[in-house]
Design a protein around this ligand. Structure first.
Ligand code: IPM
Ligand code: MG
Length: 371
């Protein structure tokens, strides 16, 4: 029974259901062809949950998530819910899930596949071989800080405000994850904040420095202002190995890093908390309501997120690597969804891309019955 795991599936809104359908197919293949047994439960998150239950994440679904071994999420949001009050917006469901499970470390790897080098808007020599890992703080900062609100000042004037806060504990636990991951990669951490203007940034820099001295002096540490980091990501991205940063800067810098790779449709993510807490695995891209239901979406970011889940939550690193290799093979064969199409390649639908990855995996006999 030790090879049996429960996966909570939260397809969400927009293209969420069609990309998650590819993960369902992959799970069926794994159940049929390996020693693993992956059981799935399904729940609602985002706008579809607000429509059905009046809230973007119900207590029941949250408890099912907590009881699972890992959580796969598609995407949330769409113009349909634009007018909805803040705590019922689709995004609030995602934020609640992150906060309630205390998933403080968000891993966003930006990897440039050789086959996609021309899909990047940057010159090939700038992005070739790029392998950056952004570790974004996910449960603190201005996303959750109090006080927050919009107040009426009279005379037709209003004031909107949010609070950026970080404690030493929040900074240290995030930095520790960054240093640990760097040791398994290029052994370098770049810590990004705005210590030149923000007290929370000054504390961030001081606490990261202190932790580095106490626990991680074997890792190279560099500090960088977040605006400079945004610039350096375009100028010379290969200087980076692991970037640690706060919630808001991480949101922005990870979208920027994604585009180095050619498409937001390629970027997976993992949101991790304390040991024993199920991680949330989701593509970095959003719900893309403009193409929802048309079979145009690239499912690779979601399938690669699932691979991260196998690695980090289910301890199935070999199978994860095989899925990542299959994704690379499919791209090398010229199979492309619309977002990454190039001359001489074959354009396929969401469903066909899912099938292509599974077919390639099926040809990799090493993984069959070995997991
Ligand atoms: C992300 C998204 C979310 C965020 C939204 C959907 C709340 O942009 O995961 O990067 O801002 O964190
Ligand atoms: Mg974002």
């Amino acid at each position: 029974m030790s090879n049996t795991y429960n996966i909570m599936m939260l397809p969400g809104d927009g293209i969420g259901p069609e990309i998650m359908a590819q993960v369902e197919k992959l799970i069926t293949w794994i159940n049929d062809n390996t020693d693993l047994t992956l059981k799935t439960e399904h729940g609602l998150i985002g706008g579809c949950s607000t429509d059905a239950h009046g809230v973007p994440l119900s207590d029941e679904t949250l408890e099912e998530c907590r009881a699972s071994d890992m959580i796969m999420l598609g995407a949330v949001g769409g113009p349909k819910w634009d007018g909805v009050e803040y705590n019922k917006r689709p995004e609030a469901g995602l934020l609640r899930l992150r906060k309630e499970l205390d998933l403080f470390a968000n891993l966003r790897p930006a990897l440039v596949f050789d086959a996609l080098i021309d899909a990047s808007t940057l010159k090939p020599e700038i992005v070739r071989g790029l392998d950056i890992l952004i570790v974004r703080e996910l449960t603190g900062g201005v996303y959750f800080g109090e006080p927050r609100g919009i107040e009426d000042l009279g005379n037709g004037q209003r004031r909107g405000y949010n609070t950026q806060t970080y404690t030493t504990n929040e900074i240290e636990r995030l930095a520790r994850v960054g240093f640990d991951l760097a040791r398994k990669r290029g052994n370098k951490v770049t810590s990004c904040e705005k210590a030149n203007v923000m007290e929370s940034g000054k504390l961030w820099r001081e606490d990261v420095t202190a932790l580095h001295t106490a626990e991680a002096s074997d890792v190279t540490l560099e500090h960088m202002y977040a605006d400079n980091c945004a610039m350096q990501l375009l100028r010379n991205p290969s200087q980076f190995d692991v970037i640690i940063t706060d919630n808001l800067f991480g949101d922005i810098l990870s979208d920027e890093a994604a585009m180095l790779t050619g498409s937001l449709g390629m970027l997976p993510s993992a949101s991790l908390g304390a040991d024993g807490i199920p991680g949330v695995y989701e593509p970095v891209h959003g719900s893309a309501p403009d193409i929802a239901g048309q079979g145009k979406a690239n499912p690779l970011a979601t399938l690669l997120s699932f691979a991260m889940g196998l690695r980090y939550s289910l301890n199935q690193g070999d199978l994860a690597t095989a899925i990542e290799q299959a994704a690379q093979n499919v791209l090398n064969n010229g199979t492309r969804t619309a977002d990454i199409i190039a001359e001489g390649c074959t354009q396929v639908s969401t469903d066909e891309m899912g099938d292509a990855l599974i077919d390639d995996l099926a040809n990799n006999s090493a993984i069959k019955n070995a997991a």
